[in-house]
Each structure stands twice: as structure tokens, then as C-alpha cells.
Design a protein around this ligand. Structure first.
Ligand SMILES: NC(=O)c1ccc[n+]([C@@H]2O[C@H](COP(=O)([O-])OP(=O)(O)OC[C@H]3O[C@@H](n4cnc5c(N)ncnc54)[C@H](O)[C@@H]3O)[C@@H](O)[C@H]2O)c1
Length: 686
């Protein structure tokens, strides 16, 4: 018999686990837990509440507990609020190990609820979550719950619920179980929904400190995070397509960027999967060490001459390799610009969304000098950051004039460089370089309906995952054999990815996989999984889902919808329609969030989870819901006059005669321009 890849839990452990879940918030207070300094904790949050508001925060927290426990808990919660800026209720952290267990180990009355419990535990797994004790999965503030009472209550509700009930989640708070029906979602999640005029950063800090709202990021608060695999995949396909856009000559490509942190650390690994020479500069020796030890970086250099020699050797031998330059990216760009090095692809993934508090290290200062200056002399530090960005852009401009294709990686590089006064704005007033969504993700993927489809095997068995990989590869290969030219590359890239995925050992936490597929691909893969479960080839249900960074789920004018040019990129109808539509077409759970990726108030994003168990019901639901979940966004992108989306929605209408989408008529630009010229001519005022 093969080994289950997931943790083995003993019978006793499972019995204790089940009774702890069913107990919910315990009758008897658990013992207080010491603060464990060995766990990665969230930073102290801003102390934003007035004295009166602190009183309110305490009353809010005590709502979860019997009055006779308040005398003990109130001072403890006040201490947490003062020390950490939030009340996490550390005492109520469960004793059992936080891991996605095989689905049969969850106490439940419906398998759908058990699958959601599994996904929640995965988001809080110590190997997956960024700050597990503060219930933060990723992105610094991407919360699953605000406190441990909410976690316990939610898990109890899920264990008790039937197929005739829906659990309602308000920003981590389980409002309760409400009667519904078997085709309704088992859980409806909202995170950070606020009245639009109250969506500033400080509003968030205040409401979160009061315990009434939370930042769900994208897949944190919707229980759909699958570890670093998602970002490796996204970066891989971005690099493959950047290479195609640049020069499709079959020669090995040199890709240069910066950052070996949380998301940026995926770059060298993705570069190798995409068959390139990937060189990534990183100023922090600890970050270099982590990625090198993990095997995501093959070699480390600290000397620029030696680095250049190594690159040229790799280029000569067409050698795929990932290299870290331990040093400042600006030094690297300037050195390569001076030497006129031919670079194919370039980007930047320093954390420029947070430029003055450790996200960006200016050239001319060591790592330690920067850390000291940003705390002791923030004005001078800001000046150094701006000077550094001006130099960085100057070198990049020289290299792009020499043939390099450069793009912004969603890290506010262009925006911050503009603020620094760098030469980054072209003659038309637009940025000199595109963002990765404008040039690559939008027109080549989202507009055709391709997005980050994912699935999790509820058995926790790596053999099941392997079988799903094989099924997905064969479904995509079949689709690719008759696909139109416009989408053949996308399909082939994902076939390449899925064939390599097992070998690349990307699983952290639950047995999960991601690939980009369009509506046809998602539906056919899901149908094939459902059949394999029914036939006993796959041993347990599968959870289907996606990242919110997708075709239809997210309205985000600075990222997902940055290639919408009809003026509607600041509207959020698409994301709201999407979640409503998913919820009545068969999703097992749905979620809608404010914030995520680019910040609170800047984006509305939603997602779903769907548990399929081999039944006829599952087949009906997956067909209905996945078709809507993709085509809603294509319809909107088509209405915005995006070419690829106009093509894709016409294809979808041919496939399904029940789909009737309003198509745009295209106006002649010269007609309008001539008219406007007439309107603004001085004569028209006479
Ligand atoms: N990869 C993606 O698909 C994607 C998508 C959206 C946004 N982003 C953005 O990318 C940025 C990076 O994300 P992250 O999670 O990796 O952040 P991070 O802070 O964990 O990593 C950034 C790294 O850059 C290094 N760095 C900073 N200045 C440097 C310099 N001058 N030279 C060399 N190294 C330097 C830092 O030491 C740090 O390790 C963020 O702004 C994020 O929002 C990435």
C-alpha cells in the first residue's frame, strides 16, 4: 500500500480532535498559553483606539464568553490589545495540531462542511500560514479569523450543520446557521465589507481593532490558499509569455530581477521551470540563504564581474540556471548597463508598495545602514530611496534601449519611480513600461478566460494528486489538439506545467494543484475528476476553487482590471455579480472581500469553493457554476471592447446557445476625433 503524504494521526488523536471541534468555545477556561517567540508573529498593530473605543473592543470580545469568565478574560484581553494592538484570544488556541487532515477525520453531518474545515485548517497550518498564532495566512494581514473564539465557533457550526443549512460569516465572525436548502452554499463569507466612504486605511485599523472587521486578502479569508505553488505558477507563465512577446527565437533567455522574499522568491524557481537563466538580486543575506537552502536558487554570487562571467558561460552553453546576486539591484543594473550586456527580460520585485519601512533598500547604503537610517532619520532615508530609484530607472532605460523587455510586477515600481522624479514617463504621459497585467495577464489570459483554477484532494493522499495531474494533462492535451491558434500557447504552457508539477515538488500543506485554464478546460477537468471519484479511481472528494486574481472575481483598477480601458475599471459590479451568480449556481462556499493584494479600499475580490463527490448533483453544479464563473468576466471584458474577450465570448455563445451576451459596436475613432475638433474649435463659441 502506498503511503499517505499527509500526516498520520493516531486513533486517540482523532478522537480528541473530534471532541475538541464539537466542544467549540469550551465551558471551562483552557489554561493560558505562553507567548512562543519561536513562531513567526504578526508585528504590533497601530494603537488607534481611543479609551472609549478600547472599552468597546473589550465588550465586543467578551460577547463570546459567559459572564462569570469575564473577570479573568477582560484584563487578559486588555493586555493583548495594549501589547499587540489586537485581541487574538491566545488562550483559546487549540491544543491539537493545525493541519489539513484526511476528510474522514472531521466530525460532520455533511461532507461539504468537512471539506471546508479541512481548507480552514490548511490556511492556519504552521507550514503554510505566515503568522499562525494571529490567524494570518499571508500578506502580513490576510486573516482567516480575527480571534480564536471565532475559529472555534465556526468549526463547531460546520461540524453540526446539515445540507439544509448555511453558515453566515461576517469578517471572521460566525453569525450562525440559517435554514436553506441542499443546493445553497454551505457557507457565505464576507470580509471587510464597509460603507464606501469609510474605507480608508485608518478605518480598517479601527474596525479591526474593535473586532468588527477584517482584511481577508484574497485566499486567506476565503479558505483557498495553497502555499507558494500559486505564485510559482503565475510567475512561470508570466515569464514564458514575456519571452514570447520579446523575441520568440528559441534561444535561451536571460531574465534579471530583484527580491527573494515572500512572493518575489518564486522568480528563480519559475525562471528555471520556464527554461531560462534567471538572475535575482537580493540585499538581505538571510533571504538569499533561505532560497538557496530550499533549492529555489542554484548558485549565489557577491561579485559582479564573476556573476557576468557565469551568465555568459551559461548563455554560451544554453544552460538553464538560477542565480542570486547578493547585493543591491541598482549596482547590478548600473554595472550591466555600463558593460552593455544584452538582457532579454527585466523586472523588479522589491516591496515598493512599502518603500520607506523596509520594502526597498537604496543603493550606496549597506543593509544594516538602511535599517538604522529608516528608523533614526526617516527624511534622509526617503531621499536616499528616491535617489536610488532615479539611478535604477536610468540604468534600466539604457538596457531597454539596448533590447531588454521590462515590466512592472504589481509592486508599485512605476508609481514610486514617478514620485521619485525618475525618467519613467513617456512622451504621451503614460509610463514607459507596462504592468504585467496590461501586457500579459490581461490580454493573453484573463480576456480569454484563462485563470488560476485549483483543486485539493480531500484524502490528503499524494497518489490522488498524481492521478488528478494525469487526468488534467490528458484533458488539456485533448483540448489543445483542436483549439484555435489564439489559445494554443496558453494550453501548451499549462500542459508543460502540469507534466512537470509533480517533479518540482511544490506541495506545501494540503495535496493541492494549480493550473491556468479557461471555462472549457476548467469544466472538462472537473467533470473528469468527478467521474474518477465515482469510478473509485480517486479515493475521496475534491475541492475545486481558484485564486481571486482571476478573470471575473476581482475588480482592481491597479491590477486585475488594469487592462480595462472604457472607464469602468473603478466599478465593482463584476466582482459582486460574480459572487452572487456563483452562490445560486452550486458553489459550496462563496466569499467577497474588500482589499487584498493592492490594499484596503482599492479592490473588491471574490472567490468560491466547490466540493465534488462523484455524484450527479456535483456534475450538474460544476457545469453550471464554472461556466458562469468564467464567462461573467469575459462578457464584461468584451463590453470594454477588449479584442481577446470579444473573440472568447463569441466562442462561448457558440458552445452554449443559452448564453446571449450584449456585444459592443466599435465606433470609428476618426469620426469622434473630427467631431471633437469641431466642438472645441474657437469658431464653435462664436
Ligand atoms: N509576484 C507577483 O506575482 C506579485 C504580484 C503582485 C504583487 N507583487 C509585489 O511584489 C513585491 C514583492 O513581494 P514579496 O512578497 O516578495 O515582498 P518581500 O518584502 O517579502 O520581498 C522583497 C525583497 O526585496 C528585497 N529588496 C528590497 N530592496 C532591494 C534592493 N534595492 N536590492 C535588492 N533587494 C532588495 C528585500 O530585501 C526583500 O527580501 C510586493 O510589492 C508585492 O505586492 C508580486
Amino acid at each position: 500500500m502506498h503511503q499517505k503524504a499527509n500526516h498520520k494521526f493516531s486513533v486517540m488523536d482523532t478522537i480528541n480532535f473530534k471532541s475538541a471541534i464539537l466542544e467549540g468555545i469550551p465551558e471551562k477556561l483552557p489554561t493560558q498559553k505562553p507567548y512562543n517567540p519561536n513562531v513567526n508573529h504578526a508585528p504590533k498593530r497601530k494603537d488607534i483606539l481611543t479609551a472609549a473605543e478600547k472599552k468597546l473592543a473589550l465588550k465586543n470580545a467578551l460577547r463570546y464568553f459567559k459572564p462569570e469568565q469575564h473577570a479573568i478574560l477582560a484584563p487578559e484581553f486588555l493586555d493583548e490589545l495594549n501589547k499587540y494592538g489586537r485581541i487574538y484570544m491566545y488562550r483559546f488556541r487549540p491544543e491539537y495540531e493545525m493541519k489539513a487532515r484526511p476528510i474522514e477525520e472531521y466530525p460532520c453531518k455533511t461532507i461539504q462542511a468537512a471539506s471546508i474545515m479541512m481548507m480552514i485548517q490548511n490556511n492556519l497550518d504552521y507550514a503554510v500560514a505566515q503568522h499562525p498564532h494571529e490567524l494570518i495566512t499571508y500578506g502580513g494581514n490576510g486573516a482567516v479569523f480575527q480571534n480564536w473564539a471565532q475559529y472555534r465557533l465556526c468549526m463547531k457550526y460546520l461540524a453540526e450543520m446539515t445540507d439544509e443549512q448555511t453558515l453566515v460569516m461576517y469578517s471572521g465572525h460566525p453569525m450562525g446557521l440559517f435554514p436553506s436548502h441542499k443546493d445553497a452554499p454551505r457557507v457565505v463569507v464576507t470580509n471587510g465589507m464597509v460603507i464606501p466612504n469609510y474605507s480608508s486605511r485608518n478605518d480598517y485599523e479601527r474596525m479591526n481593532a474593535l473586532g468588527v472587521s477584517q482584511y481577508g486578502q484574497m485566499t486567506a479569508g476565503s479558505y483557498m490558499y495553497i502555499g507558494p505553488q500559486g505564485i510559482v505558477h503565475g510567475t512561470t507563465i508570466t515569464l514564458m509569455n514575456a519571452a514570447r512577446l520579446h523575441k520568440n527565437d528559441g534561444k535561451i533567455k536571460l531574465f534579471i530581477s530583484s527580491g527573494l522574499g515572500g512572493m518575489s522568491g518564486a522568480q528563480p524557481k519559475a525562471g528555471v521551470i520556464a527554461g531560462m537563466i534567471a538572475v535575482v538580486a537580493e540585499i538581505n543575506p538571510k533571504a538569499v540563504k533561505i532560497r538557496h537552502e530550499q533549492g529555489w536558487v542554484d548558485e549565489v554570487f557577491t561579485d559582479l564581474e564573476a556573476l557576468l562571467y557565469r551568465i555568459e558561460k551559461a548563455r554560451l552553453n544554453s544552460e538553464v540556471v538560477s542565480i542570486a546576486y547578493q547585493g543591491n539591484i541598482v549596482d547590478l543594473w548600473e554595472f550591466f548597463a555600463e558593460k552593455n550586456v544584452q538582457i532579454d527580460l527585466g523586472s523588479d520585485q522589491t516591496s515598493l508598495h512599502n518603500p520607506f519601512s523596509g520594502g526597498y533598500y537604496p543603493c550606496g547604503l549597506s543593509f544594516e545602514e538602511s535599517n538604522q537610517m529608516m528608523a533614526e532619520n526617516p527624511e534622509l532615508f526617503q531621499k536616499k530611496v528616491h535617489e536610488s530609484l532615479v539611478r535604477q530607472v536610468k540604468a534600466i532605460n539604457k538596457l531597454t534601449a539596448n533590447g531588454m523587455y521590462f515590466w512592472d510586477y504589481g509592486n508599485a515600481f512605476l508609481l514610486e519611480a514617478k514620485r521619485a522624479g525618475a525618467d519613467i514617463v513617456g512622451q504621451s504621459g503614460d509610463f514607459r513600461y507596462p504592468s504585467y497585467v496590461q501586457d500579459i495577464m490581461g490580454p493573453l489570459f484573463f480576456d480569454y478566460g484563462f485563470g488560476p483554477f485549483r483543486w485539493v484532494c480531500c484524502s490528503g493522499d499524494s497518489e490522488d494528486l498524481k492521478k488528478t495531474d494525469e487526468i488534467a494533462a490528458s484533458v488539456l492535451t485533448e483540448i489543445a489538439s483542436t483549439a484555435p491558434n489564439e489559445i494554443v500557447h496558453q494550453l501548451q504552457d499549462n500542459i508543460h506545467w502540469i507534466e512537470e508539477a509533480g517533479r518540482n515538488r511544490l506541495v506545501v500543506g494540503s495535496q493541492a494543484r494549480i493550473l491556468y485554464a479557461d471555462s472549457e478546460g476548467r469544466i472538462k477537468i472537473a467533470e473528469a475528476f468527478n467521474k474518477a471519484i465515482r469510478d473509485g479511481i480517486i479515493s475521496a472528494p475534491i475541492v475545486l476553487g481558484r485564486d481571486h486574481h482571476d478573470v471575473s472575481g476581482t475588480d482592481s483598477p491597479f491590477r486585475e482590471t488594469s487592462n480595462i480601458y472604457d472607464g469602468s475599471s473603478f466599478t465593482a459590479d463584476m466582482a459582486i455579480q460574480n459572487v452572487i451568480g456563483d452562490s445560486f449556481r452550486g458553489a459550496t462556499w462563496v466569499s467577497i472581500h474588500n482589499g487584498g493584494g493592492v490594499g484596503w479600499g482599492e479592490v473588491i475580490n471574490g472567490g468560491f469553493g466547490m466540493t465534488i463527490d462523484g455524484s450527479v448533483d456535483s456534475e450538474r453544479r460544476l457545469k453550471q457554476m464554472l461556466f458562469w464563473d468564467v464567462n461573467n468576466g469575459i462578457a464584461r471584458r468584451n463590453w470594454a471592447r477588449n479584442d481577446s474577450a470579444m473573440f472568447a465570448i463569441k466562442r462561448a455563445m457558440q458552445e452554449n446557445p443559452n448564453l446571449k451576451v450584449t456585444l459592443p459596436n466599435l465606433a470609428d475613432d476618426t469620426l469622434i476625433e473630427d467631431l471633437l475638433k469641431l466642438n472645441i474649435s474657437p469658431d464653435s463659441n462664436v
